[in-house]
Design a protein around this ligand. Structure first.
Ligand code: ATP
Length: 283
């Protein structure tokens, strides 16, 4: 076998509507998801064992489990291999760039990338039972489908690909994490609304996130951050269960000016773009 590499991109929820709650407590969603340029990197190597988690400078990453069975990348890899990576004589390096517990889907994307690498390792393709991967994380079926944009329903297991749209965005990274289960637990039926817009272009303009009221109740400082983004000339939106805010802007120059205004206001912001396609495995 030869080493295999794959990017695991972050996602944005351009729209997230909660349309119901199942008897088992899971919320049913109708969401428009897009992949963005910001991405973790996974490297699967032959002839070794175990998991290594590092940041781009090679340092440990706070908040990301290093115990293999607790790490979503490893769990995805095991599911894709259909065996323990140690038995397959392979080891995994995860280079984290996506902020953790930020609403950007990093753990789920790592799981799906691990699954795709595991499948390739045993010469299988990306097709397979994506819906079953929802047991690892609700967004894993979307990432495993390897499509740039999709309408996702159910609890995340029903993925209908959409035509992607090009667009520049800025991300605002608040200095705190938010737990997805805690934000869902704080939603109230009064926060929920009808179905999501039909496509990516519509969701760019009609970007309602039904989790925003709950996120603001849990973290009232989100209101101040959103006011700062508006003052910097962009319209802030929440991705997933937060706390990352994003705004669609008119190209890279505009993104750079909004990012520098936010930096002067003391906020960490970065420019990114929506992806035209999912990542491919590089050998
Ligand atoms: P989502 O938007 O999909 O609900 P998120 O982006 O808010 O999730 P993640 O970064 O996926 O959150 O992290 C959720 C939790 O999963 C973290 O608390 C972390 O401890 C755990 N975790 C396990 N494996 C990973 C991984 N490979 N990367 C990030 N977090 C991981």
């Amino acid at each position: 076998m030869i080493p295999l590499q794959l990017e695991a991109p972050a996602k944005l929820n351009l729209a997230l509507r909660i349309v119901g709650r199942r008897d088992d407590g899971y919320h049913e969603l109708d969401s428009i998801l897009v992949l963005i340029d910001l991405a973790d990197r996974l490297l699967l190597m032959p002839g070794c064992s175990g998991l290594r988690v590092v940041d781009p400078a090679g340092n440990p990453v706070p908040g990301v489990p290093v115990r293999p069975d607790a790490n979503l990348a490893w769990r995805g890899l095991e599911a894709g291999l259909g065996a323990s990576p140690d038995d397959a004589l392979a080891c995994l390096t995860l280079e984290k760039r996506i902020p953790v517990a930020a609403g950007l889907g990093g753990g789920s994307s790592d799981a799906a990338a691990g699954w795709r690498l595991g499948r390739r390792w045993r010469d299988a393709g990306d097709e397979g039972d994506h819906a079953a991967l929802a047991v690892i994380g609700a967004d894993v079926p979307y990432f495993a489908a390897a499509v740039a944009a999709a309408r996702v329903t159910g609890i995340g297991e029903l993925v209908a690909p959409l035509e992607p749209v090009a667009g520049t965005i800025i991300l605002v990274h608040p200095p705190f994490e938010m737990s997805t289960p805690a934000t869902f637990a704080a939603t109230r039926p009064a926060d929920w609304s009808a179905g999501a817009p039909s496509g990516v272009a519509e969701a760019l303009t009609d970007g309602v996130n039904d989790l925003l009221p709950a996120a603001r109740r849990l973290r009232p400082e989100l209101d101040d951050l959103m006011a700062l983004v508006l003052a910097a000339g962009a319209v802030p939106r929440l991705t997933g269960s937060g706390p990352t805010l994003f705004a669609v802007v008119d190209g890279p120059d505009r993104a750079a000016s909004v990012v520098s205004r936010l930096a002067r206001a003391g906020l960490r912001a970065t420019a990114s773009a929506m992806r035209a396609a999912a990542a491919s495995i590089a050998a």
